[in-house]
Design a protein around this ligand. Sequence first.
Ligand code: NAD
Length: 429
Amino acid sequence: MAYSSTFEDALLRVQSFAKRADINAEITEALCHPKEMMSVSLPIRMDDGTKQYFSAYRCRYNNILGPTKGGIRFHPNVNSDEVQALALWMTIKCAVLDIPFGGAKGGITVNPKDLSPMELERLSRAYMRAMVNFISPHRDIPAPDVNTNALIMAWMLDEYESIKREHSPDVITGKPVELGGSLGRDDATGRGAYLCTLELIKVMGWSPNNLTVAIQGFGNGGYHIAQLLEKVGCKIVAVSDSQGGIYAEEGFHIDSLWQEKQRSRQVRAVYCDGSVCELINHHPITNAELLELDVDILIPAALEGVITKDNAHQIKAKAIVEIANGPILFEADDILASKGIKVIPDVLANAGGVTVSYFEWVQNRSGQHWSLDDVHQKLKDKMIDAFSQVWTLAEQKNYSLREAAYINALNRISTATSKLGTHHYFKQT
Ligand code: NAD
């Protein structure tokens, strides 16, 4: 079937892997239908006195393993199809990590950069007001996603607590630490991906020293993995953002690059002014060229659907670590596999964020506050354990890492679902 939507692409993968793992057809079918989808229009009084309407969504995809969990995205491209795909991936991701959560996702179709701070606060609070009976600490727990942050989570929490007239920090994660957030949440996604990358380096028998790395998307996830990989000796030779990328054969100094990006708002400006300019020989590249660089590790950390059947043949990296959700289309999986490229899939590589969100929820529910060392150690244990289970299954059955991750998740979801009875059970009575 030809690819026509992100959700359809996500379903194709689930169906194909479920068939391969011989998952009960009734259970596979259940995973093709989102449990609940809320779609609303949010009327917002703008600063100039006019009223504008914003489309907003929340999908609770599957809750067999626990309350549903997933971020809220503010982006002009948010639509119901994308929200459903992201919610399905969250379902798989929580199951890969063996976290007692189902999957969800939400979003508002908006470019937040077009709003004033007060308009942004009104919109964030309006979202929570609309979803207040959909969301709860036992039912559905949101978190930040693209273009949302701790401050937006704080506004949403405040709105929820005002309506419910109770203290409920466990209703949302990614909050400011002072309002019950967890230490270690800000770099959790990059750190989780880094831990998986180190495990891959180990099992492949490589050494991190001088491995070359290209990163598409020098934002939260991209920056933190770059910083951690640089510390173990990798050379980050290319980074990019929405304006384009830069390449330096000798590798960048990640913290200088990050500071300059914060100042200039784009990576391409970084080495063109300021004192670091003369230090490193570099040249501009496009985002498309970055993906095709001859590097050891490629890290797509920005957008969905950037590697397709059209450019998969040109990818030269030995390994790809998916920090972005869905950067490789289903149609490109086999092409990459035939080239021997190891792909650490998004449902494993970027699961550090939801893992520390889970830790935050546990701390909120038990009235605890863990140290940063505790969070780092628990995250490390969880990521290494999940990676090792995926790697072992992949080796045993000759699966790709993506297939093995999905099959581990599908088996967990399937076993839990079957405890409610399946066609096989009812047919016998
Ligand atoms: P972010 O907004 O901090 O960074 C995204 C980066 O991508 C920015 O540098 C931006 O300029 C760049 N970008 C945007 N459009 C681009 C384009 N067309 N080409 C190249 N670069 C472009 O976001 P983030 O939190 O780092 O998230 C990045 C990806 O990782 C998203 O797909 C997100 O869903 C996924 N992810 C993030 C987390 C998390 O906790 N941050 C967790 C799981 C998955």
